[in-house]
Ligand binder design. Structure first.
Ligand SMILES: [Zn+2]
Length: 261
């Protein structure tokens, strides 16, 4: 059986038996693949961190017809990811990328748009660019490309136009924003300002790059993380803890932490 070369993001890696590794990969060509790297912990073709979490590597795979693990013949590091060299929250954003890909991408289904978005997000995190804005965009790219684009132009329940100021609610179960008269369908709903709703318009539109010039105030940034955590929680059917850690605490609470430290 001939090996197939592909680019892949390492989502998770665990030790197996004495010297092998079981690796969850998100590949450009084959979607998610679980692979076995036999003897990886002692063989030189796997060294230099090519199977470390969140690295982008060139992998040679042999996929068997049965639903078992693919065999990883070679792994060559293309882009390292070193969380210990990054600011804490930037590293968390990297782990969020892995967590969301594990929850959302399916085995054997290629998702080139999501792959590109994930690689770009990791590159922005590594380079110290505006990783937080990139991470927000990644969350929405993943949601939209997975077929759950939210309704933002009108109320997702009554279809009436939304007010341009004041508070709104985002209800994942209803599939988008709600006007002030419509109650949410579940408790997993997030309150947000009209300003944050406007940001969502840019972040969720995968046909444009207007999101790149957004400037997100801290209060709106916090609201974005809350809305995204609510949507992911509803779609993944479980809370994603790292998203709670990424939402910065309100300023008052932070001061209190600072004075008691
Ligand atoms: Zn309504």
């Amino acid at each position: 059986m001939k090996g197939q070369a592909t680019e892949a993001i390492v989502l998770r890696c665990s030790e197996f038996r004495e010297s092998s590794l079981v690796v969850q990969l998100f590949t450009r060509e084959f979607g998610r693949v679980a692979g076995l790297a036999r003897g990886a912990r002692r063989l030189k073709q796997y060294r230099a961190g090519a199977l470390d979490q969140l690295c982008v590597s060139r992998i040679v795979l042999r996929r068997r017809s049965s639903r078992g693990l693919a065999l990883i013949d070679e792994a060559r590091l293309l882009q390292p990811f070193e969380p210990l060299t990054l600011p804490y929250r930037a590293a968390l954003a990297g782990f969020l990328v892995a967590r969301l890909l594990l929850d959302f991408v399916r085995e054997g289904l290629p998702q080139a748009d999501v792959f590109r978005a994930a690689v770009d997000t990791l590159a922005t995190i590594r380079s110290g660019g505006n990783w937080e804005l990139r991470a927000h965009r990644f969350v929405w790219e993943l949601i939209v490309y997975s077929g759950y684009g939210p309704r933002l132009d009108r109320c997702a329940r009554c279809n009436r136009p939304l007010p341009r100021s004041g508070r709104l609610r985002f209800c994942p179960l209803a599939g988008g924003l709600l006007c002030p008269s419509c109650p949410p369908l579940s408790r997993v709903a997030a309150s947000l300002s009209a300003g944050t709703a406007k940001l969502l318009g840019h972040l969720t539109d995968v046909t444009t790059t207007t999101w790149q010039s957004l400037r997100v105030q801290e209060r709106l940034n916090r609201e974005l993380w809350r809305v995204e955590a609510a949507v992911v929680r509803a779609l993944a059917e479980q809370p994603v803890h790292v998203m709670t850690l990424l939402a910065p605490p309100p300023a008052r609470q932070r001061n209190r932490v600072a004075t008691t430290a």
